[in-house]
Design a binder for this molecule. Structure first.
Ligand SMILES: [Zn+2]
Length: 257
């Protein structure tokens, strides 16, 4: 077996709509920090210069949204109410782990020629797959968007799914849909321009808003999908247990026989 990393990095040098801040506490600064904390909170005196090399331990503080880097969206991200269950969407810490370690398959949308893929094209991709998806399989969309990672293009140039295309996957019993793009919906400018042209509220983020009617999770901002076979592998993608959050960062890894 081979473990294939499908995660995109969290990198403070990347262009992001919500920039990542990475503050580094060096081991030398860590020594002074620890000494000051001991004095303030415990009234203890400790000379940091007695430490080997006058160094204690490093620390890193990242400031970033839960939608930065590879992450899993929970139903609570899609709205405050659902039409299923008890009407309250689950947060990321409440989702079953069982959903995130499953056989997976890849639909290659790099030749889609559009920023919004519908059910017809998606059905043709499923027919070409040579694999029959089973309930709880994880569907991965390879859009090619990773080539723009770290640049403004990453947020405006990608391919998403419309509502019927997502429903097609959910009708197969799929609960987790992953993409290498910034969003499972089409890019923001595409959606807003389409709304302005049509006045139809149905064109507004249909993939995300569908999660108010049917419970499912999205994995966004995956990477390295070209390293995968179309099917016959397992995906592991456990979201970090952030209490009450609408999403959680994840290290996505494929186990390819
Ligand atoms: Zn997200």
């Amino acid at each position: 077996m081979a473990l294939v990393d499908l995660s995109s990095p969290v990198d403070a040098k990347f262009w992001e709509p919500d920039p990542v801040v990475h503050q580094v506490l060096t081991p030398a600064d860590g020594a002074k920090h620890m000494s000051a904390e001991m004095r303030e909170h415990l009234g203890l005196e400790f000379d940091p210069n007695v430490l080997p090399d006058a160094e204690f331990l490093n620390n890193d503080t990242f400031t970033l949204t839960v939608h930065t880097g590879t992450h899993v969206d929970a139903p609570a991200h899609y709205g405050s109410k659902t039409t299923y269950g008890d009407g309250v969407p689950r947060t990321i810490d409440q989702m079953p782990l069982d959903w995130f370690c499953r056989p997976a398959f890849v639909l290659d949308l790099r030749d889609a020629g559009t920023q919004l893929v519908g059910a017809d094209l998606l059905r043709r991709k499923l027919d070409d797959l040579n694999y029959v998806p089973r309930p709880l399989d994880i569907a991965l969309l390879h859009t090619g968007a990773e080539q723009w990672l770290g640049t403004p293009e990453y947020f405006g140039k990608f391919t998403g799914l419309d509502g019927p295309a997502v429903e097609l996957l959910l009708d197969l019993g799929i609960k987790v849909i992953g993409t290498d793009a910034f969003s499972l919906d089409a890019p923001f400018p595409y959606i807003i321009e389409r709304y302005q042209a049509t006045g139809d509220p149905g064109v507004l983020w249909p993939a995300h808003f569908l999660g108010r009617r049917r419970e499912y999770c999205q994995i966004e901002r995956l990477g390295n999908l070209e390293a995968l076979p179309p099917s016959g592998f397992r995906l592991m993608c456990f979201p970090v247990k952030l209490t009450g959050a609408g999403a959680g960062w994840a290290r996505a890894v494929a186990d390819v026989p």
